[in-house]
Design a protein around this ligand. Structure first.
Ligand code: NAD
Length: 458
């Protein structure tokens, strides 16, 4: 136990153990061994963090102008840039993602704080004319209050930044609860918030091994808004708890995103976009382009291009710069992906490439997998795998492509590959998804909204 790295929760500007003093181990999914010890916070700790966040709202932070908030946010952005390597290494050890991917992501976090710092001093109300000359009517923008920010294990800091940066700009305070499977980077990030000089209680982090910790935060009477990213099933529970208090809630949930490839597309570019879209981060992204919907005339060629590349993807140590795909992030996720692949085989899917990796590799490895012969109603075509699995369907005309793409209760993202500009814009309008990329995939930016329809969230 003693050689494990120790991290503490961050409440009221202090680094603290859980009230119960209990801790839990965070596992490294590549070595399969515990590497860090984290406080196992519970209801009392949630209560303490929410009280700290409420006190900060009515304290020094509440009196800050947007200009002062912006200055602190810019200082935080600079600290993120300086410490990006450290943050990236922590996420690699906690989530098994590639260092070469995480270093880019860690550096990009600063852009969210810079961008929203630019908005913090531009929050304006309106002066509204009325029929009666004797009245002065105006609106003021007020912070929502205490925000509960709940994140999953796949990209803890990026998904935290998406919630925290706008909340700070608006003058809110935040209690973050990272996933029990990848809690460390959020605790480390709190050290940067502390160093940046934010007043005590503006940002707090509570960790806990049980879903009860997140549930206690969502249901806490002192929380004014819930910003949640995670599974659709958990999102439902979060929405129910928030509804009981009539709290606003944003939900970023699962996806089963289609990539539609027309015969006039640059097939090599589409193949690259498909490989990056579904195999990056070992397929563990909400926006993974996990369903290829390809015109029948180019099906064989495109599947060959994608599978040739997929077979060459090098699996291994996420810290090795040569590695192109790391393990799945934890044992339950590995078991889920393996069981879905078995079920797909039972339902008659044809494995063009991939499957469970050689156990000698260690870690929770699944190979980049391409499946054809999958019916739209098969489980593997319907349910989010959250792993490196691409299913292939064919179409003959645009209407059929739209029907296949829309045959899902999710609506997070979609890709369209075509050189026909009319068709590109038509498809962007017809596809029911929060984001539609044309001739690219997986590009996000602080200035561009991100969200889903249907079961992908609110
Ligand atoms: P999860 O729903 O199991 O857990 C997410 C977070 O919710 C964790 O911090 C967990 O501890 C907490 N939690 C669990 N039960 C809770 C409850 N009753 N009340 C409050 N909090 C609770 O999700 P996961 O397995 O960590 O992440 C994978 C899922 O996240 C996938 O479905 C993926 O698609 C989704 N995701 C969505 C987006 C997006 O932006 N749409 C981004 C990344 C991941």
């Amino acid at each position: 136990m003693s050689e494990l790295e120790r991290f503490r929760m961050y409440i009221r500007g202090e680094f603290v153990e859980a009230t119960s003093t209990a801790v839990f181990e965070s596992q490294n999914p590549y070595t399969g061994r515990p590497w860090a010890l984290v406080p196992d916070g519970g209801t009392e700790d949630v209560d303490d963090a929410v009280r700290a966040a409420r006190a900060a709202l009515s304290g020094e932070w509440g009196s800050f102008t947007g200009f002062r908030r912006a200055a602190l946010m810019r200082r935080l952005a600079a600290l993120i840039t300086e410490n990006a390597e450290w943050l990236a290494r922590l996420e690699v050890d906690d989530c098994g993602k590639l260092y070469r991917e995480m270093i880019g992501q860690a550096r990009s976090l600063a852009a969210w704080f810079d961008y929203f710092a630019g908005l913090a001093d531009k929050i304006e109300g309106k002066q509204i004319p009325t029929p009666n000359p004797g009245y002065l009517v105006y609106t003021r923008r007020e912070p929502v209050g205490v925000v509960a920010a709940i994140t999953p294990w796949n990209s803890p800091l990026l998904l935290l930044a998406w919630k925290l940066a706008p909340a700070l700009a608006a003058g809110c305070t935040v209690v973050a609860k990272p996933s029990e499977h990848a809690p460390v980077s959020t605790l480390a990030f709190a050290q940067l918030v502390h160093e940046a000089g934010f007043p005590a209680g503006v940002f707090n982090v509570v960790t806990g091994q049980s879903p009860e910790t997140g549930a206690a935060l969502v249901g806490h009477p002192g929380v004014d808004k819930v910003a949640f990213t995670g599974a659709t099933s958990t999102g439902r529970a979060v929405a129910r708890a928030a509804a009981g208090k009539l709290n606003p809630v944003t939900l970023e949930l699962g996806g089963k995103s289609p990539q539609v490839v027309f015969p006039d597309a640059d097939l090599q570019a589409a193949a690259n976009g498909l490989v990056a879209g579904v195999f990056a981060a070992t397929g563990q992204t909400c926006l993974a382009g996990s369903r290829l919907i390809v015109h029948e005339s180019v099906h064989d060629e495109l599947v060959r291009l994608v599978s040739d590349r997929a077979k060459r993807i090098k699996l291994g140590d996420p810290n090795d710069p040569e590695t192109e795909m790391g393990p799945l992030a934890n044992r339950p996720q590995y078991d889920k992906v393996v069981s879905m692949l078995r079920q797909a085989a039972d339902e008659g899917a044809c494995v063009v490439c991939g499957g469970v990796a050689d156990p000698d590799l260690g870690g929770y490895f699944v190979q980049p997998t391409v499946l054809t012969g999958v019916a739209p109603q098969d489980t593997i075509a319907k349910e989010e795998v959250f792993g490196p699995v691409l299913v292939v369907h064919t179409f003959t005309d645009e209407d059929e492509a739209v029907a296949l793409a829309s045959d899902t209760p999710y609506g997070l993202a979609a890709g369209v590959w075509t050189k026909d500009v009319h068709r590109a814009h038509r498809m962007a309008a017809r596809l029911r998804a929060g984001t539609v990329w044309v001739n690219c995939y997986r590009a996000v930016a602080p200035s561009v909204p991100f969200g889903g329809m249907g079961l992908s969230g609110i």
